[in-house]
Design a protein around this ligand. Sequence first.
Ligand code: CP3
Length: 342
Amino acid sequence: MGYENDLILRAARGETVERTPVWIMRQAGRILPEYRAIRQSLSGFKELVETPELAAEVTIQPVDILGVDAAIIFSDILVVPEAMGLEYQMIENKGPYFEKTIQTLADLEKINVPDVDDTLHYVMEAIKVTKKELNNRVPLIGFAGAPWTIFSYMIEGQGSKTFSKAKKMLYTNKQLSHQLLEKIAQTTIKYLKAQIKAGADIVQIFDSWAGILSYEQYLEFGMKYVSMICNAINEVPVTVFAKGAYFARKEMGELNCNTIGLDWNMDIQKSRELIGKDKTLQGNLDPCMLYSDFDTIKLETSKMLSSFGPNRHIANLGHGVYPDMHPDKVRCFVDTVKEYKS
Ligand code: CP3
């Protein structure tokens, strides 16, 4: 395919690499003043997400400014519930809000598996513009939320510490829960395939709220649908990041995907044992580590790299970078990975 830098693709496939590739979850936006400048000139987050030229511009910013080895398309996991019929708002300093939610069978029946090329046309367009402007410098990551995480927002209607309304649905209406999860999974498969067709070189499934379920519930309502998606996508490497699901690492090793994302609570050696040798691991420095001084960041990043070893690793944080982190600290993390010699 002729990339100037295809380290992340080779690491995902388990090939030998000259050095460990690095990118950062939530690298697009949030921390960069260059992002905020564009963002503030607009009516809101959604305008940025829905304007392909601007989405492409902020997607490429971290490649230029932070020197990461991959771009991730600027969008949000919540475009999927919107395409299915639940419009979202992104409220300043608060987060997402859905006017309509799913509570009953009647609500569920109004939800459809949409034509994604139509409803999410702006994402595919943003991918095409980004690919053209990246000009094969680094690969582009596409993404979607995992069905359980999307389900949580569709039931709850907003963020939550406990997602107890979503969990209540699993306990009180199993049938509705499975029907909704199935519709989300089918939509997500179509959506990821459309992103790949538009140019995404690798795709990541974010299961941000995996960790609030019990082991049994996660297998039944979480992993089952992640597995369905993994089985349907074989065009490009797939990464599964199930935050907090340390209890399901053995099962993660059996997924039909290339890479498993680890959060900072998942011990590296133990994860390797449980997940097995056939997967690439991604992660997993505590994002809050980037609040410490430069020397500590260098030391802790080097320790992480030595623990993972030179192959089958994609360096990243254990979750997204926080908005108040200094870009120089983030760059220190990236540079340490790029300069590391084992
Ligand atoms: O990784 C990237 O840089 C690409 C863009 C990206 C965004 N959201 C942009 C965004 C990605 C991959 C996401 C994923 C996402 N969105 C997840 C899964 C990853 C995770 O962190 O667990 C989740 C749970 C969401 C839902 C969401 N979007 C919330 C809860 C919020 C509000 C709080 C927050 O995170 O800032 C958003 C808004 C959002 N999505 C912003 C950005 C840059 C901030 C909006 C702004 O600019 O005002």
